[in-house]
Write a protein that binds this ligand. Structure first.
Ligand code: ATP
Ligand code: MG
Length: 566
């Protein structure tokens, strides 16, 4: 193939129209001759005036890149010559080095000539928008017209402002994710993949480190069982998980958490790991409270969850001790009182709920202090800080986590928070990490709990907002953009959008992108599986890409009726 620079990009064989009218962001054109048929040129098909086609306008000063968005017959009575079309103006191309910039420097004039843009040039647009030649590029696919014209993008542009992979179900999001992961594995990258369905378990290259929480449906032999240490949970998580409700349970629950933390801080006073209160002296307790120097509300302040129900029982006491009965009763403020049956009865449902949850899989593996599973927090830390020869992809299989008790949301949020804290400490500064989250609508922007215990699962939202500065970027794949909060969506600087049929979803995409991309979103419902439009600040020219099939495919096939129902 000849060098584009040497050969130029304006080919007389591809001439098809001329400018008829000009407005601020579009141009009307008419065909030059009546037989404006598609042609083959250098073995490739050119529509020469078809909707969706990229075109070049040869103006006096420079070249202008545009895309045909509409073709119509001006007046039905008139001849074929009166077929006109509208071109959306996308960017300018410098004549000498063919660099592409977004926006129009000089507008075309009436009768300027219009050509179809050569395919190899279109594929090269993302690269031609870079000022220098980058060392690391990811080849994600080819232009929709031509499989040979591959498109490469830099990780900065793809992940730098966080990436969203959107599309209706079956549009190809998981395949695209797999493709991007594969490209990352070819580089010296560091990627963490949260795999909620176990779809990516076939990524068995030696660069991949598999771990799982709970009991995955399809366990991998080489996968390492991990636990989330109770320290990764904060009070809000426990509130959301155990949902203490009403006027009694909430305060007793909070009080119990406080007591357990104190007991953990002062094992000499409380060797059993909890604070006995029923008819017990207050002395140590008051001393501790008065001399407390640590912040007990610090999320990292841990406690022994095994004793939680026992502690709640001990919170159900009368505030002061008492000796004698009736008129002879004497208050003893140095002791707590007797067991308060009324509030205990109120707390019983909470206690049984806590017992059920902490003894149910997978929580039993998290909360069992004796389990010898590795701590996920440590694994992430090691993964992020390890040297060059280390694994490149850490896959966290979440398929073993049940849907009950909002476990998935809470646990994914805990993982997000672990990553966020690590990034704030600067652990990813030298080696940026990208976190991939498939089926993100299940995890992001959820608010859970009842009205007493409302907890916002906002770890990924915070990563979207501040992670960029700490070398932590996210890539979300979701089929329901409307379920993701505005806060996260507006932080996604780059979108790979597959077929998207729902109007509200498309509206959201339009809102998330600039003015120029409105026209691009009109093409969204007609995309094929595996085809996607890439839009965003760093991609001002919305290209339609045929995402290359990954070599290792995600296991996302639907049911095979032909085979099993035959
Ligand atoms: N790049 C591609 N090339 C060829 N075929 C593809 C491509 N991407 C997707 N497909 C086809 O589309 C099907 C669905 O793709 P995929 O599982 O990635 O969809 P999805 O958007 O993740 O769906 P869901 O929302 O249900 O998870 C695949 O099984 C495959 O046959
Ligand atoms: Mg999928």
């Amino acid at each position: 193939m000849l060098d584009l620079e040497a050969q130029g990009i304006v080919r007389s064989q591809l001439l098809f129209g001329k400018v008829k009218a000009i407005s601020a962001n579009s141009v009307q054109f008419e065909f030059i001759n009546t037989d404006h048929q598609a042609t083959y040129f250098e073995g490739r098909r050119y529509g020469k005036g078809e909707v969706g086609e990229f075109i070049i306008i040869e103006s006096q000063v420079n070249l202008i890149l545009g895309r045909i968005v509409e073709i119509k017959k001006d007046d039905l009575e008139l001849s074929n010559l009166e077929i006109v079309g509208r071109i959306q103006l996308l960017g300018s191309i410098q004549m000498d080095n063919l660099k592409v910039t977004a926006g129009i420097d000089y507008y075309p004039s009436i009768n300027d000539l219009i050509y179809s843009a050569p395919h190899d040039f279109i594929a090269d647009i993302p690269r031609r928008m870079n000022s220098t030649r980058p060392k690391v590029e990811l080849e994600i696919g080819s232009i929709d017209l031509d499989k040979d014209c591959t498109i490469t993008v830099t990780p900065e542009k793809l992940f730098g402002r966080h990436l969203g992979i959107l599309g209706s179900t079956g549009g190809g999001k998981s395949f695209t994710t797999a493709r991007i992961l594969e490209e990352c594995l070819k580089k010296n990258s560091r990627v963490i993949l949260l795999d909620p369905t176990g779809e990516y378990r076939d990524f068995t290259s030696e660069d991949v480190f598999h771990i799982h929480l709970g009991n995955p449906i399809y366990p991998l032999k080489e996968s390492l069982a991990c636990k989330l240490p109770p320290e990764s949970f904060i009070e809000a998580d426990f509130l959301a998980l155990f949902e203490p409700s009403g006027k009694v349970q909430g305060p007793k629950f909070r009080e119990a958490l406080k007591s357990l933390k104190l007991a953990k801080l002062y094992p000499n006073f409380y060797p059993e790991g909890y604070i006995p209160k029923i008819d017990a002296p207050k002395l140590n307790y008051i001393q501790i409270i008065n001399s407390l120097t640590v912040n007990i509300n610090d999320p990292k302040c841990s406690f022994n969850i095994d004793k939680l129900t026992l502690q709640i029982e001990h919170e159900c006491v009368f505030p002061e001790g008492q000796e004698g009965y009736g008129s002879k009763a004497v208050k003893i403020p140095e002791r707590w009182g007797n067991h308060d049956g009324g509030s205990f009865a109120n707390c019983l449902p909470l206690i049984s709920r806590i017992n059920t949850i902490i003894n149910s899989p997978p929580f039993d593996t998290f909360f069992d202090v004796n389990s010898n599973h590795k701590s996920l927090t440590n694994v992430i830390k090691q993964f992020a800080s390890s040297n060059k020869d280390a694994k490149k992809l850490l896959r966290i299989d979440l398929s073993g986590i049940p849907f009950e008790y909002k476990a998935r949301e809470i646990i994914a949020n805990c993982i997000g928070r672990t990553l966020l804290y690590a990034s704030r400490k600067g652990e990813f500064k030298n080696k940026p990490v990208v976190v991939f989250l498939d089926e993100a609508h299940n995890f992001i922007g959820k608010t859970i709990g009842n009205e007493d215990t409302l907890a916002k699962l906002d770890a990924f939202e915070l990563i979207a907002k501040e992670g960029r500065k700490f070398g932590l970027n996210i890539c979300l794949a979701t089929q329901r953009p409307r379920d993701i909060t505005e806060g996260v969506l507006s932080q996604l600087g780059t979108l790979i959008v597959h077929r998207l049929t729902n109007d509200r979803d498309r509206e959201i995409v339009e809102r998330a992108c600039g003015e120029i991309d409105k026209a691009a979103s009109d093409f969204l419902p007609s995309l094929q599986p595996g085809e996607a439009v890439i839009i965003g600040n760093d991609f001002p020219i919305p290209l339609t890409i045929n995402i290359k099939k990954p070599t290792i495919k995600p296991n996302s096939e639907g049911a095979n009726f032909q085979e099993y129902w035959a």
